[in-house]
Design a protein around this ligand. Structure first.
Ligand code: ADP
Length: 299
């Protein structure tokens, strides 16, 4: 349109110049034509500029809408997963405890059975306690997680955790090479929760009897703790995602293992709060290796 207007105006100037009997060959060097051409060029640059800004805004807008949409669908998927798993995780121990108490009420049981049922009831209560603990810990991490590092003897801590995990289901095999004088400077509750989560995952994601190895090494800059299992492993494409809050591999409707998708999120946040990092790689022939690197803290 701009070009049409320009051509029409140039034509008018040409007619005007012809009427004034000015040589038409000099038309393009006439001041009236030159100023019209300058104005036309300016307008053309302006129009191109506006079109460019519009196109960039449009692309940015589409990009924002698209990434927002993807974030929303991912959040919806996670919250659905979380609701399904949390409902299950809360309901099943509560149902077990209720059943145990109802059995106590209805029947006169022998002492041995009472002990067995009570033991199961305590285990279910501990499961609930762990779940609520993890939920609270994850919520605390949202609002900034403060660590209180102290000197921790690794040998008794790992022994205690190994014992705790070993009494769980499936009688897992857990070995470690921690030396009796090994120490780390870290937040006690944090490092305990981190190691426990990794060890329990090793058991949970192993088919049959779990085989877990824990090792510790250190240099003047950092401590490295490696926890490996021979379980189902984590494919490369999932290795970043498993550390996200509420992320669980697979589909909640078909998954058989219990969990909330909070464990590795908590592990990562604790490692980061210490200035460290956690990563996962393949074990051979199968399984995962979780490597925690904690920089030496200033005591
Ligand atoms: P949860 O165990 O409650 O599902 P986590 O945050 O601890 O949550 O783990 C997230 C997901 O990562 C798990 O659902 C599981 O699919 C995968 N995962 C974690 N640890 C292991 C492991 N040692 N081996 C195989 N997969 C694992």
């Amino acid at each position: 349109k701009n070009k049409d207007a320009f051509n029409a105006k140039a034509e008018l100037i040409k007619i005007g110049l012809a009427a004034e009997r000015i040589n038409p060959d000099l038309f393009e060097s006439h001041p009236r034509y030159i100023s019209l051409k300058e104005e036309y060029d300016k307008q053309e640059i302006m129009i191109l500029g506006e079109a460019g800004v519009l196109a960039i805004s449009l692309i940015l807008g589409i990009w924002f809408i698209n990434s927002g949409y993807r974030r929303q669908t991912e959040a919806a998927r996670q919250s659905r997963n979380f609701l399904l798993s949390i409902t299950h995780e809360l309901k099943s121990p509560l149902a077990s405890i209720k059943l145990i108490l109802q059995t106590f009420l209805k029947r006169d049981l022998e002492r041995e059975k009472v002990m067995k049922f009570s033991d199961n009831g305590i285990k279910e209560t501990e499961r609930l306690e762990d779940l609520v603990g993890n939920l609270l810990l994850a919520a605390r991490m949202e609002s900034g997680f403060e660590i209180h590092p102290e000197k921790i003897e690794l040998f008794p801590l790992v022994n205690y955790l190994v014992k705790k995990v070993k009494t769980g289901k499936g009688k897992p095999e857990i070995k470690h090479d921690i030396k009796e004088d090994s120490e780390v400077f870290a937040d006690k509750a944090g490092i305990t929760s981190l190691l426990l989560n990794l060890m329990e995952n090793g058991v949970k994601y192993s088919q049959g009897k779990a085989n877990i190895t824990i090792s510790h090494s250190s240099n003047e800059k950092s401590d490295t703790i490696v926890i490996s299992d021979e379980g189902i492993g984590i494919p490369k494409s999932e290795r970043e995602k498993v550390f996200q809050k509420f992320y669980r591999m697979g589909d909640e409707d078909t998954r058989k293992t219990k969990g909330t998708g909070l464990g590795l999120y908590i592990v990562k946040r604790i490692a980061e709060a210490h200035g460290g990092r956690i990563s996962v790689s393949d074990n051979s022939p199968s399984g995962s290796i979780f490597t925690l690197v904690l920089p030496k803290q200033n005591e």
